[in-house]
Design a protein around this ligand. Structure first.
Ligand SMILES: [Zn+2]
Length: 234
């Protein structure tokens, strides 16, 4: 018998999901608009994202990391396993403030990797837990609800916490990569001071999407805890 949370035919905790979704949508809309503004402003040096990335890596004394183009939009990332700074084609080929800023950010991750930046190592270490959490938490939780079996609900919640922890550790990694990027861009003279301000806006908007994702996950976690508590009262 469904009671408690479902007794009135409406699971109000869905509101938490909706708030999380709206936060994520707002952050990604902000990123898209900031990005489209600064991809139209060319850098004075005329350096493309790829050229800027190679220069930054060289200046940082990193010679074993490749800069490669990849398909898609905003698919840019640093892969620590293959030691590749992968830049989406527009970022790779263009010399806009957005392109140079994003390219430098990914190099920031390469520098973190080369210098054994602790949050990056922690983040890599909890990837398996996070993956397990994001795939298994809900199925186990729902099964726990159906069976009214508290240990299963708890296991679902703990697994989901693993996914939330991953997103939490992602924040210092991302903020640090961006602050390194902006310093490197200015120190190397790739961007002038007023241009760095534009790149900072792009990277700030990108960082905001990670904050929104974390907030959405925390709200989901709260929802699980409330739903599990609701079962207890039955
Ligand atoms: Zn990043």
């Amino acid at each position: 018998m469904y009671r408690g949370m479902y007794y009135y035919g409406f699971d109000w905790t869905v509101v938490l999901l909706i708030i999380g979704m709206l936060l994520s949508m707002a952050a990604s809309a902000k990123l898209k608009s900031t990005f489209s503004t600064f991809r139209r402003i060319g850098s004075m040096s005329g350096m493309t994202g790829a050229e800027a990335a190679r220069r930054i890596l060289q200046r940082a004394g990193i010679y074993d990391v490749q800069v490669v183009p990849i398909k898609g939009e905003l698919t840019d990332h640093y892969d620590p396993r293959t030691k590749k700074v992968a830049l989406s084609e527009p970022i790779y080929n263009q010399s806009s403030l957005a392109a140079v800023g994003v390219a430098a950010h990914e190099c920031g991750h390469a520098v973190q990797h080369a210098t054994n930046y602790a949050p990056l190592s922690i983040r890599s270490a909890i990837v398996p837990i996070a993956n397990l959490g994001s795939t298994m938490a809900w199925p186990l939780f729902v099964l726990g609800l159906i069976m009214s079996f508290r240990p299963l609900l708890n296991l679902g919640i703990v697994l989901f916490m693993g996914a939330v922890l991953f997103q939490l550790v992602t924040l210092p990694v991302e903020f640090n990569a961006s602050s390194r990027a902006l310093k490197l861009l200015q120190a190397d003279g790739i961007l002038a001071e007023q241009e760095v301000r534009g790149a900072r806006k792009v990277l700030g908007a990108a960082a905001l999407t990670y904050v929104a994702a974390l907030a959405a996950s925390v709200l989901q976690l709260l929802r699980l805890v409330i739903l599990a508590g609701g079962r207890d009262r039955d």
